[in-house]
Design a binder for this molecule. Structure first.
Ligand code: ATP
Length: 134
């Protein structure tokens, strides 16, 4: 099978580098599946899971949004934060989820930033969705 080189990069450095047969993720415009030789593309991503398929193996990386760039031989994902499955601290994500839910319950109070809490909740749920797969 043909493969394509993939890098997931954050401000703290590279999180994932590999050659894979297929990259799947959620762009803001909908689900994306990238195979080797895909046309060049730049797309903003949602908070979501990047699935990296190679042979019988699939790796999962949690990304907090970002930008996907596709060139014929290379996919680059630039994200504010990203974690491979093995790096996710489940307890931390659970605490973040509970904190965000509490803030959303208090969101009637004017001093709670609803959108910020909603995004924190989405990041936590996204991380937990990968923890469930390992
Ligand atoms: P928290 O409130 O727990 O910090 P967050 O969603 O606000 O969660 P981010 O701002 O997205 O965190 O990320 C800050 C840094 O912490 C990034 O380097 C990110 O990879 C890391 N990080 C956040 N949550 C986890 C987690 N559950 N497991 C491992 N690393 C995490």
């Amino acid at each position: 099978m043909k493969t394509i080189s993939v890098s997931v990069v954050t401000p703290d450095g590279p999180v994932y580098e590999s050659n894979v047969e297929m990259v799947s993720t959620k762009a803001q415009s909908g689900d994306l599946g990238i195979l080797p030789g895909h046309i060049p593309l730049v797309a903003p991503l949602k908070i979501g899971v990047v699935r990296l398929k190679n042979g019988g193996n699939t790796d999962f990386v949690a990304v907090s949004g970002g930008i996907l760039e596709v060139r014929p031989d290379k996919v680059t994902i630039l994200a504010q934060s990203a974690e491979q499955s093995s790096e996710i601290d489940a307890e931390r994500a659970l605490r973040a989820k509970e904190r965000a839910e509490q803030r959303l319950r208090e969101s009637q109070q004017a001093n709670v930033d609803f959108q910020r809490a909603e995004l924190a909740l989405q990041r936590a749920i996204n991380r937990l969705s990968i923890v469930e797969k390992r």
